[in-house]
Design a protein around this ligand. Structure first.
Ligand code: GDP
Ligand code: MG
Length: 444
């Protein structure tokens, strides 16, 4: 899996203070594999890697991050920067009605997205929205737009399969002008592959309608082939934005990078379900994390946090090794170490964007408070109780709880945690422990 790959990078880069020509190659090879696995198209991967290499070379390793982590963080930031380029909002600043032309392969999600955008504009911006289908090849497609437009609470302009798409569009535009619509969204015919007849048709639609937005709708699951589709549409039309659909699927969404790279158009929306409200503003940082794989993020957090207080951990290891048993004093020391990691929340600054967002959801303040409360409980114990926690029965628990100003259940919870930790320590006795610590701490 990808996480293994990136973890490997991180591991191999240990003990090196800078990213250099000689150590960067191997790492970049792994990053390259990771991107290919996420279905980013090969030429795009090549260029991206070159760009990352340039950024990374000679870069000093920041804070407690190791070179491998720094590189992964550069990759993450670059990905987000590229995919986040450009204006995400729809540009509807024209003489109304503003026209949005939908383009893309059959099944990409044009019709669905038409309704999603209609609903968004209606509800968020209070726009009066008209939709029309130029898909005269499939009667069902026109009906489909009618249905979803109704769900969006917008108005649908009728069309029939015997009409020409251009006639349909101009009729709809007339109607929109007469009835003071703010926005007209023109859905177009599906193509299974690049088809010259259909390409000409949409080109013609574009030059007649002069849309404010020409959105290229692309299925995130399309994979490597997305690059060819994107190129064909970019050559046919001046695209103003990309909509990446079906991100609720399990694809890694590498198509986003490919399509952005080829078209240069900003990625404006993400389709996240087949339902009418399954649309979001595209979040480049989050998507970078997705392309790189979430598991890696967790691995990174572990790497960053585990290297922090090796000295104290080693002391503890020696103690365990020497046969002393792990008591509540040791447990207290562990808690204090956790706090010392610069305050859990300050760790956030050291993390790359996606990682920080993840960690932000973990509620560091609460974690810190929790540690402080536990410290309070242990401090309310006598020296003997700390040495021999098994003495702590109901009466003592009550006294300790009262002293620490907590409920007895909390004392129980802390003792349970301690017991678990003690069990772990017993298992790790001896050489195994040192080995594990070395692994965690990342030192030789
Ligand atoms: P079109 O041929 O480009 O008009 O594509 P459609 O709008 O008809 O969509 C094709 C299929 O993809 C339909 O079954 C949609 O429900 C589905 N679909 C579209 N967008 C999304 C999305 O963001 N998530 C999911 N899960 N399905 C989607
Ligand atoms: Mg359609």
């Amino acid at each position: 899996a990808l996480s293994d790959k990136l973890a490997k990078i991180v591991k191999e880069m240990r003990g090196q203070a800078r990213i250099t020509e000689s150590n960067v190659q191997d790492m970049l090879r792994e990053v390259r594999m990771a991107l290919l696995e996420a279905d980013v198209a090969l030429p795009v991967v090549r260029e991206f890697i070159a760009r990352v290499k340039e950024k990374a070379l000679g870069q000093d390793v920041v804070g407690s991050l190791k070179p491998g982590q720094t590189l992964v963080s550069i990759v993450n930031k670059e990905l987000a920067a590229i995919m986040g380029e450009g204006q995400a909002e729809l540009n509807l600043n024209v003489q109304p009605p503003a026209i949005i032309l939908m383009a893309g392969l059959q099944g990409a999600g044009k019709t669905t997205t038409t309704a999603k955008i209609a609903k968004l504009l209606r509800e968020k911006l209070k726009k009066k929205v008209l939709t029309v289908s130029g898909d005269v090849y499939r009667p069902a497609a026109i009906e489909q737009l009618k249905t979803v437009t109704a769900q969006a609470g917008a108005e649908w302009f009728p069309s029939t399969p015997d009409q020409k798409p251009l006639d349909i569009a101009t009729a709809a535009l007339d109607y929109a002008k007469k009835h003071y619509f703010d926005v007209l969204i023109v859905d177009t015919a599906g193509r299974l592959a690049i088809d010259e007849v259909l390409m000409n048709e949409i080109r013609e639609l574009h030059s007649t309608l002069q849309p404010a937005e020409t959105l290229f709708v692309v299925d995130a699951m399309q994979g490597q082939d997305a690059i060819n589709t994107a190129r064909a549409f970019k050559e046919a039309l001046p695209l103003t934005g990309i909509v990446l659909t079906k991100l609720d699927g399990d694809s890694r969404g590498g198509a986003a990078l490919s399509v952005k790279h080829i078209t240069g158009a900003p990625i404006k929306f993400a389709g996240v379900s087949e339902k009418i409200d399954g649309i979001e503003i595209f979040d480049a940082e989050r998507h970078a994390g997705r392309i790189l794989g979430m598991g890696d993020i967790v691995a990174l957090v572990e790497q960053v946090t585990s290297g922090v207080d090796l000295q104290a951990a080693q002391k503890l290891a020696e103690k365990v090794k020497s046969g002393d048993s792990f008591d509540l004093n040791d447990f207290l020391m562990q808690l204090q170490q956790m706090k010392q990691m610069g305050g859990l929340s300050s760790l956030l600054d050291k993390l790359p964007g996606e990682l920080a967002a993840k960690a932000g959801q973990m509620d560091m303040d609460r974690a810190e408070k929790d540690i402080r409360r536990k410290e309070g409980i242990i401090c309310s114990m006598t020296a003997l109780e700390r040495k021999k926690p098994e003495l702590i029965k109901a009466q003592r628990k009550k006294r300790i709880a009262a002293g620490a100003g907590v409920q007895v259940q909390e004392v129980n919870r802390l003792l349970n945690e301690f017991n678990q930790m003690q069990g772990m320590m017993k298992k790790m006795k001896g050489a195994g422990m040192m080995k594990m610590l070395r692994k965690l701490g990342g030192t030789k």
